[in-house]
Design a binder for this molecule. Sequence first.
Ligand SMILES: Nc1ncnc2c1ncn2[C@@H]1O[C@H](COP(=O)(O)OP(=O)(O)OP(=O)(O)O)[C@@H](O)[C@H]1O
Ligand SMILES: [Mg+2]
Length: 263
Amino acid sequence: MASIPPPLARALVRDVSFTLDAGDRVGIIGESGSGKSLTSLAALDLLPDTLTASGSVRLDGHEIVGRPDAALRSLRGPVAEIVFQEPLTALDPLMRVGRQIAEPLRRHLGLRGAGLREAVARALAEVALPDERVARSFPFELSGGQRQRVAIAIALAAQPRLLIADEPTTALDVTVQDGVLGLMERLVRERGMALLFISHDLAVVSRMVERIVVMQGGAVVEEGPVMRIVREPQHPYTTSLVESARALDAALDAVAPGEGGPS
Ligand SMILES: Nc1ncnc2c1ncn2[C@@H]1O[C@H](COP(=O)(O)OP(=O)(O)OP(=O)(O)O)[C@@H](O)[C@H]1O
Ligand SMILES: [Mg+2]
C-alpha cells in the first residue's frame, strides 16, 4: 500500500486489504514497525510526502488514492478522524483548548456564537472534562490523560462515522489508560461509529473491537473475529502474541493473587 517512488521503490506495507462497514469495530495489531500506522495514514491520505500509496482506498464510497487534496479534506471531519498516540503532536500548543474544539464545529457543522459555545461545553462534558477551566487552558497545562480526552473531543466534534485511533493510550499510565479506553468505547457505541483501533497490545485491542487484523513485516498475516483469533490463532506470529498476553496475565495473577478478581 505505501511505497517510496522509484528508483528507491521498496514497499513498506504490501497487500493490505480489509473493509470496515458502518459501525464495525476492527483492530490492527502487530509489532513495532509492522506497518500499522502507515496503513491507517494511507487510509486517510495522510502519508508523509516521501511515501505514496498505490492500489485502492475507498472512504465512504470515494476513491482516495490519487485524489486531489482539497476534495479529501472535505471527507475528513464528517467522514473520518484520527486520534494519535501522543496528543501533543496533534494539538496546537499555542491555541487554547476551547478554540481547538470549536474549529471543527464551526468548519463542518457551521456553528457560531452561543450555539458554538454550548457545543464546545457539550463536547468537553462528553469526554468528562470540567469544561470552564479546560476550555481556557493551553495543552501543556493539562495532564496526558486530559490531553487525550481533548484530542478525542476534537476528533468527534464533526461527528465522523469512522474514528481511527492509533495507539491512543500507549503514552498513558495504566489507570489513566483504562479511563480513556472506557470513554472511547462508550462514545463509539453510543454513536454507532465505526472504529479502527491500532495497538501492539492484544488485551487492549480485544476489549475495543470485534474483529482483528494481524500485521507482521508490512503484511497482513491473519484476520478474524476476536474470539477466534484468541482461541485458535492460525499464524505462528499470532500464536506468539496470544501466548505472551497469557504469560503476562499469569505473571500478574502470581504477583497479586485474587486481587480485583474472583479467587
Ligand atoms: N516516513 C517514512 N519514511 C520511510 N520509512 C518509514 C516512514 N514511516 C515509517 N517507515 C517505515 O515503515 C515501516 C512501518 O512503519 P509504521 O509506522 O507503520 O509501523 P507501526 O506498526 O505503526 O509501528 P509502531 O508500533 O512502532 O507504531 C517501518 O519499517 C518504518 O521504519
Ligand atoms: Mg505506529
